[in-house]
Design a protein around this ligand. Structure first.
Ligand code: 5MM
Length: 339
């Protein structure tokens, strides 16, 4: 492992106001998104969708890295060119989701712990040999009056740190993703309190496992009101609460924070990123690592039909450009009218 290279890669992922594009949906999740739009749910359709995304012209102008799922990692363009080569040739860093999913946490109803540490060292080495430059692991935390339990926070923080240490050993930059879900009736204040305590737990474990903070990217949720909360926080309240929370618990040593979108609408996710980047200077780059908030408008135009391919690519690029503008603090709602 060359720590200098790892640090360079981590910085490259958040350089030039670019962000990450997550296309690492597991097959059940990808199929669920397809099914909602009447798109066929099979390996070839998933390949065609991912090919459309990866071959979007000019994507590299606003996207620094793409997170792949294992199936996609080995797939090829119709002409036989591996997706990994297409990305690398376009100067987009290929990444790989390496967790094996959130599984029920024993003795803790409605809570999960993300699994995948078994054989992880070998899997990471394999992906690195095939050209991956970074990896991703997502933990899921549910909020209600009692949850998350400290057992759930501790177990997930420990697994994230073990994963991150193994990634750095293998020469891959770890994307550390503890997601506090927006589903539920909880308030902005509850989300703040849970997010703060989860991030505390994660950075504590990262420290204990000897993970180099200069060579990782944090992928957190924004601090939001639960989606069924009667009192929805305003744009300014979300931006203020998210920044206050992150400034309390995220060390200045990390190069960047790249938010997940978590089910927010594409436009709202961009507007909130803009609101956070429009203010005071911050110790880390504040970027994006969206899946739905970049893909969904394009998917709704594609509908599995080749004749919609270019329209869908334009919609995808537009979202990527809007998010890059939001990183610069230059995004305005007028950009939504651009074709
Ligand atoms: C939270 O999900 C991640 C970011 O996506 P959104 O911006 O849509 O919230 C995403 O990378 C997620 O981890 C993958 O889609 C994989 O999810 P599954 O549940 O299929 O493992």
């Amino acid at each position: 492992m060359n720590m200098h290279t790892l640090i360079e890669t981590a910085n490259q992922l958040v350089a030039d106001d670019k962000g990450l594009l997550a296309i690492d949906e597991s097959n059940p999740t990808c199929n669920k998104r397809f099914s909602a739009l009447g798109i066929a749910q099979n390996e070839e359709t998933r390949r065609r969708w991912r090919e459309l995304i990866i071959t979007t012209p000019d994507l590299q102008q606003c996207i620094s890295g793409v997170i792949l799922f294992d199936e996609t990692f080995y797939q090829k363009k119709l002409d036989g060119t591996p997706f990994i080569k297409l990305l690398t040739d376009a100067n987009i860093l290929p990444g790989i989701k390496v967790d094996t999913g959130a599984k029920p946490l024993a003795g803790h109803q409605d809570e999960s712990v993300t699994e995948g540490l078994d054989q992880l060292r070998d899997r990471l080495q394999h992906y690195a040999e095939l050209g991956a430059r970074f990896a991703k692991w997502r933990a899921v935390l549910v909020v209600d009056e009692q949850l998350p339990s400290s057992a759930c926070v501790d177990a997930n923080a420990h697994a994230l740190a073990r994963y991150a240490a193994l990634c750095q050993e293998a020469g891959l930059v770890p994307i550390v993703e503890p997601e506090v879900l927006m589903t539920g009736t909880h308030s902005l204040a509850q989300c703040f309190q849970v997010t703060e305590s989860v991030l505390h737990g994660v950075f504590n474990q990262l420290y204990r496992q000897g993970v180099n903070l200069e060579a990782l990217i944090l992928k957190p949720n924004m601090v939001l009101s639960g989606q069924d909360c009667v009192q929805q926080a305003t744009l300014t309240e979300v931006a203020e609460a998210t920044l206050r929370c992150l400034l309390r618990v995220v060390p200045a040593a990390i190069p960047g924070i790249a938010f997940l979108s978590g089910g927010q609408s594409a436009v709202l996710a961009t507007a909130r990123l803009q609101a956070m980047n429009a203010g005071a200077s911050l110790p880390w780059a504040l970027a994006f690592s969206f899946a739905r908030a970049i893909q969904q408008p394009a998917l709704e135009l594609w509908l599995g039909q080749d004749e919609n391919r270019h329209t869908a690519q334009r919609a995808l690029l537009k979202r990527a450009r809007c998010n890059q503008a939001a990183r610069r603090g230059n995004y305005t709602s007028a950009m939504e009218q651009d074709v």
